[in-house]
Write a protein that binds this ligand. Structure first.
Ligand code: EPU
Length: 417
């Protein structure tokens, strides 16, 4: 178990470079097995989920080598093997091997994926999509055995634009005969990142980033090369820190269009910042105003920034309401935020009220999930005194080189195992 210790109140100044997006990278690695032989993925974040995915790829006899921030994946000797539960439960993204292995071999066997405990998180849309492509899905005690003699492209409608299901069905559809059309697809940047990789491998994919995606299946792929987009959630997390305790903090690697909803909300709250090409400069802002936020699928306000922005709103004047529409259980961070001096109140299962501004004081707290942990980390940076965050490995799952990045801009933060 890892613990982060933060001495609050130190200004953040200097430059932070945003790493590659976790939620893109974790899909690009499994997608790499679709390439003819070799793929190169640039700008891969250094996070635990990537290490777990590499463990799965090694199990499948894929050779993965690091070269600076790139991973070179050689699948010449790729074997289809059942993925044991101890590997698949380590993270959510293990489910991308379902789509990729199904396309490549017509069979996959693995357990239900893991991931943060922020709601029920079923995978019924993925499964329905595989079945519509002609796969047979057998579930024995949490183990999924998915087989297909032949996958056939089809027009598929998603009841909800799930990020994971969109990517998984795109991956599976690369191995189908004919064209697959996904209607009501997710439009998150991660989808575009994966599509660009598949296109680079020679697979025809059209419409990624819109609600309708077309994929033409083929076994004739080329070697692939792709760069992971900058992480829009890491970006948002550092921007929030900058608004609370920055002093000309420079955040490099901004793609403005990926964070439009966040920036509009920051404008409402009264946060001032400057963006010059891909660099944002931000300092601590006074007189923050309360606002209401509703999490939505892209391009709406991202659920993954809901918990970090809760901490910002504890410093805003007035009553804010957050409505969480993506997950049923994403307010667990508020228990410890309140122990640090915040005044938040869960009104209904998916509505949170935050009254501010409230002075925060350091405390011993527990990260219950990745973004909830990030919310406590932000609180620790602005609190008076010392904050200790237990279970901080959750946070490191999503933020590459977190302690080094923060230390370099002036935070007093330390990790102990
Ligand atoms: N859903 C279903 N059935 C499905 C799939 C999803 O009911 O078959 C529901 C989920 O239970 C959830 C909602 O739909 O309530 C959204 O799920 P989605 O499939 O869009 O999300 P995901 O693929 O499981 C990814 C990220 C999450 C991020 C969401 C939304 C990865 C590994 N995870 O999850 O990231 O919150 O998209 O953007 O890419 C995080 O980084 O902290 C994180 C949780």
């Amino acid at each position: 178990m890892a613990k982060l210790t933060i001495e609050g109140g130190h200004q953040l100044s200097g430059e932070i470079k945003i790493s590659g997006a976790k939620n893109s990278a974790v899909a690009l690695l499994p997608a790499a097995i679709l390439a003819k032989e070799k793929s190169t993925i640039f700008n891969v974040p250094e996070i635990r989920d990537i290490e777990y995915l590499i463990d799965i790829m090694n199990l499948l006899d894929c050779k993965v080598t690091h070269k600076n921030d790139a991973l070179i994946i050689d699948n010449t000797n790729l074997q289809n093997k059942p993925i044991p539960e101890e590997l698949s439960v380590q993270m959510r993204a293990s489910y991308y091997f379902m789509g990729a292995l199904l396309a490549k071999f017509g069979r996959v066997e693995m357990s239900f994926p893991g991931g943060c405990n922020i709601g029920a998180r079923p995978i019924d849309i993925h499964i329905k999509g595989f079945e519509e492509l002609g796969a047979h899905v057998e579930i024995i005690k949490n183990r999924y055995i998915i087989t297909a003699n032949k996958l056939v492209g089809k027009r598929i409608y998603f009841d909800f634009p799930s990020v994971g299901a969109t990517i998984n069905i795109m991956l599976a559809a690369t191995g189908a005969y004919g064209t697959t059309i996904i209607e009501n697809a997710a439009t998150e940047p991660e989808i575009v990142n994966v599509a660009s990789f598949l296109i680079n491998m020679g697979i025809e994919v059209r419409g990624a980033g819109t609600k309708k995606i077309e994929i033409v299946g083929t076994k004739e792929t080329k070697n692939g090369i792709v760069e992971v987009f900058p992480d829009r959630i890491e970006t948002g997390t550092f921007v929030i820190m900058g608004a609370l305790i920055g002093k000309d903090l420079r955040i490099k690697g901004i793609i403005k269009e990926h964070n439009e909803a966040l920036f509009m909300k920051l404008d409402e709250i009264g946060v001032k910042y400057q963006i010059d090409e891909d660099v944002m400069t931000i300092s601590k802002c006074e007189n923050l105003k309360a606002t209401n936020i509703k999490t939505l699928v892209f391009p709406g306000f991202p659920t993954d920034l809901q918990q970090p922005i809760t901490t910002l709103l504890t410093q805003a004047d007035g009553k804010s309401i957050i409505e969480e529409t993506i997950y049923e259980n994403r307010f667990k961070n508020t228990y410890d935020l309140n122990r640090m001096g915040a005044q938040t109140n869960i009104l209904t299962l998916n509505k949170l009220e935050i009254k501010g501004p409230r002075k925060l004081v350091g405390a011993k707290v527990i990260a219950t999930d990745l973004r909830g942990g990030a919310s406590l980390l932000i609180a620790g940076l602005i609190a008076e005194g010392t904050t200790e965050i237990e279970n901080s490995e959750y946070i490191q799952r999503g933020y590459s080189n977190l302690v080094t990045k923060l230390t370099n801009v002036g935070a007093k933060i330390e990790i102990t195992e």
